[in-house]
Design a protein around this ligand. Sequence first.
Ligand SMILES: *Cc1c(COP(=O)(O)O)cnc(C)c1O
Length: 240
Amino acid sequence: MFYYYPKMHIHQEPKIMNDSFENRLKKVEARIATACRNAGRPRESVRLLAVSKTKPAQMVCEAAEYGLRLFGENKVQEAQIKIPNCPPQLEWHLIGHLQSNKAKLAAQLFRMIHSVDSLNLLEALDQYAATPLPILFQVNVSGEASKSGMKPDEVAAAVEAANQLSKVEVHGLMTIPPFTPDPEKARAHFVALRALRDRVQEETATPLPELSMGMSHDLEIAIEEGSTWVRIGTDLFGAR
Ligand SMILES: *Cc1c(COP(=O)(O)O)cnc(C)c1O
């Protein structure tokens, strides 16, 4: 017998080489620019913090070649190993929970700490910082038990405490909303952080210009609600 096998038409997705760092960065930049335009805000009012946690120094070096300068890490020890292998002109920000016993090292490594969540930690950072150290208070606006961060009603007193210290300078607030697949659900948390900032700013007569909020999947919503720092990991460096 003779069989004729017709040519099979296997549908193949066109292979788009869109996962280079350059393309991922372009996409993130375009999303930030569009969100700023939609919100009537200047592009310079939002800074992109590239979150390099779990990723090697080599990826940071590549990102630096494309002009990124602001990087976020969530663990002091990981940063301590990575930073010396990265270009010296980069600025490092701590975005993860910090224990007071690592405050000295953190004050040496980081330009700004986004995740100050207790008075103990605030005082430890003040004790060890050699030069003025900008900080943000991390606030648990959702009240979720599992997330670190101060309660909203503790923030005013923490700002007053920071005002009495010599090295730490409180510049604003940070929050991490609970993850939901629908980024629109994060909006209420961002609104709550901004409203808290407005209230505490007035109560304490302390300017609090910075709001660190928004990650890969919800940066547009955060920018619409006033974010000045979006912290982007996955959409720049890939899944962890
Ligand atoms: C990991 C992390 C990010 C980045 O999250 P992506 O969803 O990967 O963009 C932002 N903020 C904090 C505090 C993080 O720990």
